[in-house]
Design a protein around this ligand. Sequence first.
Ligand code: 5CA
Length: 439
Amino acid sequence: MRLSRYFMPTLREAPADAQIVSHQLMLRAGMIRQEAAGIYAWLPLGLKVLKKIEQIVREEMDRAGAIEVLLPTLQLADLWRESGRYDDYGDEMLRIKDRHDRDLLYGPTAEEVITEIFRAYVKSYKDLPKNLYNIQWKFRDERRPRFGVMRGREFLMKDAYSFDIDEAAARKSYNRMFLAYLNIYARLGLKAIPVKADPGPIGGDLSHEFIILADTGESEVFAHGDLVEMGAPGPDIDWDGDLEPLVTQRASLYAASDEMHDAARFEAEVPADKRMTARGIEVGHIFYFGEKYSKPMKALVTGPDGKDAPIHGGSYGVGVSRLVAGIIEASHDEAGIIWPDAVAPFGVAVVNLRPGTAEVDAVAEQAYKALEAAGKEPLLDDRDDRPGAKFASIDLVGIPWQLIVGPKGVADGVVEIKRRATGERQTLPLEAALKVIAG
Ligand code: 5CA
C-alpha cells in the first residue's frame, strides 16, 4: 500500500472526551470514528487489525474442533419468549418492530438462535458433541457506553456454543474452550488470566472470565502473588489432552482468585502478604449452563438408552472488537501504539525521506516490492512531508518495523531499520536489512 493513496487520517491530538489511552490512540491513529454513542465506523487501519484478531480467534476455534456459522444480527423476540429471557434481559436489549408489527431485536448474544438451529437438525446422541461458533456484530444498549470500542453498544463478538449428551461430556467441551482461549490470548501477545466468574444473565453454575491486567480496566481481580503455571490446565481443569496448549509453561505473576465476587472469603483464605487486587479488562467469558436453554426450548436428543433428554450446553464469548483496545492498553508508549507482529495492520513501513528524488525512489520501490513479495505487508510512506512528521505518524500507528531510505544512505549504499517496540536501530545494506525484517 502506498500511503499517498491510502486513507489513514491521523490526528495530532485526541478529542478531549477520550479518557483512556487506547481510545485516544485509536482516534489519533485514524482507526475508528464514532457515529453515535458506542457505535463506531472502522476505518482502514482499524479494520485491518480487527480482521487479524478475528482470524486468530477463528483459527483457534477451528483447531479446537468448533465449526463456523454466520447467524443474523436481527432475531425474533418469540425465540427469547421461549427461553424466558425476553422480559428478563431488560433495557440492554434493543427491541425493534418490523412493518408487520412483529417484535424483533438486535441480538446481544445467540443462545436462543443456535438452540433453535440445533434442535431442528440434531436428534441423536450419535451426532454429539457439536460446537458451533459465529463471529458477528452484537448490540447491547449499555447504560454507559464508554472508552471507545472497549465498552461499545455495537461490538464484534465471537460466540461459540457446545452441545453434549451429559454433564461430564459438556465439562470436557468447556475445558477445550478454556484451553483454546489461553492459546488465542498467547498468540495475541497478551497475558490473560482466567478467573472464576458470576454467570450473570447467561446463567449456569460454572463460568470463567479471561482478564488482561490494565489499570484502566473495569473489572476488579482479586489475586494472590504465587507463581502459577498457565497453559497447562489448572487443577480443576480436566481436558481431553488431544488439543495441544501453545504455551506449556507461562509463568504468570498472578493466580486469580476463585472468589472474585466474594472478597471477604478470599481474604480469609489467602495470607495477607500474598493478597492483592488488580484492575483488568474482560476479553472473554465462558459459561457452562447445562439444560438452561435446551429444556424450555426442547432441544432434545435420543440417548443410548433410547430416551429423549435435553442436551447440556455451554457458551463461549470473545470480545473481538474490545481486544483491539485491550492490546493497545497492554502495548503502547508515549509515541503511540506498539502492535504485536501477529495483529499489526502493516508489517513494515518503508519510509522514503525524499520522494521525487530518482535514486531514493528507486531504492524505496525496490525495498517495497521485496517486502511485498516476502508477505510482509509493507506500507510505503511516499508522502511529501517532513521526516519528523512521517516518523511521528508511523510510530503513532504502531507499525513493528521501519525501513528508512534517505539520500545520504542511498549514496553510501545503506538503509536504516528501526524496531518499533525497542527503538533499536541498525544501518545496513538493503539486502541485509530485508533479511532482518523478512527473516
Ligand atoms: N453468550 C455469552 C458467551 S458467547 C456472552 O454473551 N458472554 S459475555 O456477555 O460475557 O460477552 C462475551 C465477551 O464480549 C465479553 O467477555 C467481552 O469481552 C465482550 N463484550 C461484552 N460486552 C461488550 C461491550 N459492550 N463492548 C465490547 N465488548 C463487549
